[in-house]
Design a protein around this ligand. Structure first.
Ligand SMILES: [Fe+2]
Length: 217
């Protein structure tokens, strides 16, 4: 029983999958690899993606039953929030977890403040594709600070073998592995066997989400 906590498989709402048929096809493949739960995490506030929360929620409400009936996968809706100061709109997972991303090239000076503000509001923070931030990798004190703040780190499947990914894995700093699956229109197919290959990490995901969420999955 695995869960993919980060992907762009909710169709037609961001730069991910475009058609619901493709979502269904991909989720059937998930099922074959023992993935039983999926949290859709469309981009929100990302400068290169234009969409809005209402559209995302409506799409999910409209398609949830159909997708679940066709695939047997349990789905949830959250979002991947491009975090900037004072931006308040996002969809937390189970009212508890917020997935965040940052600009990749330069260190955003507001990083810790913005994370802390989310935590003050009662959210658990998951930093997605942590391996992409060279400014973080090169600042071990900042990594330590984030861990002291109990920020969860997520590495993408495609980042597992990068220099940064290997570092986070070796140091046991990875809480979640996820696909960040955008479909196969412009990208190659995700290797879903990695859920079992890294089951020492992927098995923990449901545990973490259940422990920290007010409601059970
Ligand atoms: Fe993503």
């Amino acid at each position: 029983m695995f869960i993919d906590i980060h992907n762009h498989l909710l169709p037609g709402v961001d730069d991910g999958v475009k058609k619901v048929e493709d979502t269904i096809k991909e989720l059937k493949r998930y099922k074959e690899y023992g993935v039983s739960h999926v949290i859709f995490t469309p981009h929100i506030n990302n400068p290169s993606v234009s969409n809005n929360i209402k559209e995302i929620k409506n799409t999910y409400i409209k398609l949830k039953k159909h997708i679940e009936n066709e695939t047997g996968i349990v789905t949830y809706l959250a979002s991947e929030l491009y975090l900037v100061p004072e931006y308040k709109e996002f969809i937390p997972f189970n009212d508890s977890f917020v997935l965040i991303e940052f600009p990749t090239r330069v260190f955003p000076v507001y990083t810790l403040d913005a994370i802390f503000n989310l935590q003050l509001e009662g959210y658990e923070v998951i930093l997605v594709h942590v391996e992409r931030y060279r400014w973080l990798f090169e600042n071990k004190k900042l990594i330590q600070r984030m861990k002291e703040m109990n920020v969860y780190f997520q590495v993408n499947f495609e980042g597992i073998n990068t220099e940064e990914g290997k570092f986070y894995l070796e140091k046991n700093l990875v809480d979640f592995l996820a696909t960040d699956n955008h479909g196969t229109d412009n990208r190659k197919e995700v290797d879903l066997s990695l859920f079992s290959k890294y089951s020492n990490i992927t098995k923990k995901a449901i545990e973490i989400l259940e422990i920290k969420s007010p409601e059970k999955l």
